[in-house]
Design a protein around this ligand. Structure first.
Ligand code: DC
Length: 220
């Protein structure tokens, strides 16, 4: 089947909008593959931090992205042979990921890798530019939003549940600066595709959001 006929559902949105959870559950319900594109930027960031790569050296960072040895298996993420699912969720890694994601050469280095996830029977792709840049031919595009307060609460709970320490005021500030960086960058900024369905999840549970996405997909 030509690659562009393989169904893709893109779920884009700002950090802590609930995309990850919703994408996961939608993929499970449909038996589709899942692409957590943020994890690719986080893996690049983690790898760069560990190697001591200068965070303003675009060329060197693109090389790091190009040479990532990664594997997703059973909900776990591996860098080489090391399980790094926990390590890539640290705030420092997320902030670094957001910084290096603004560099065109880094985005270019991760482009083909992301296209490779489009496999039968289908894919749910979670990120910032899935509907606009990576999979513009997706059968369904969803853009999730939520108020910054609701997102800070969610991120707080996520971090505490994972055993990290967290402070709600710091998180609010962090989310706002990350939003600003992700939406104002020149390349592939965070924005809904023209044909995206908008879903505000501030007052919604993840399961309600999942039902809405599945209903939209069933109506396609
Ligand atoms: O979704 P996340 O928080 O795991 O993503 C981490 C960072 O990676 C985010 O701040 C911006 C960047 N990112 C991106 O630029 N494009 C994507 N498709 C996914 C993530």
């Amino acid at each position: 089947m030509p690659n562009s006929n393989i169904p893709v559902i893109t779920i884009d949105g700002p950090t802590a909008s609930g995309k990850g959870t919703v994408a996961h559950k939608v993929a499970d319900r449909l038996g589709f593959h899942l692409l957590d594109s943020g994890a690719l930027y986080r893996l690049t960031a983690l790898s760069a931090l560990r190697r001591g790569t200068a965070l303003n050296d675009e060329h060197a960072l693109a090389k790091v992205a190009e040479h990532l040895t990664i594997r997703f298996h059973g909900g776990h993420v591996y860098l080489g042979t090391e399980e790094v699912s926990h390590a890539i969720r640290a705030e420092e890694v997320g902030n670094t990921a957001s910084r290096i994601a603004a560099l065109p050469a880094v985005r270019q280095a991760l482009f083909a890798l992301q296209l490779g996830f489009r496999e039968t029977p289908g894919l749910v792709a979670d990120g910032r530019d899935m509907g606009t840049v990576i999979f513009p031919t997706a059968q369904l595009k969803v853009f999730l939003t939520a108020s910054v307060e609701a997102r800070a609460q969610r991120r707080y709970k996520q971090l505490i549940d994972k055993g990290f320490s967290a402070n709600i005021d710091d998180l609010l500030e962090d989310l706002q600066s990350r939003d600003a960086r992700d939406t104002q960058r020149a390349v592939a900024p965070l924005m809904p595709a023209e044909d995206a369905h908008l879903l505000d999840t501030s007052q919604m549970t993840a399961d309600e959001a999942v039902e809405q996405v599945l209903a939209w997909y069933a109506g396609k």
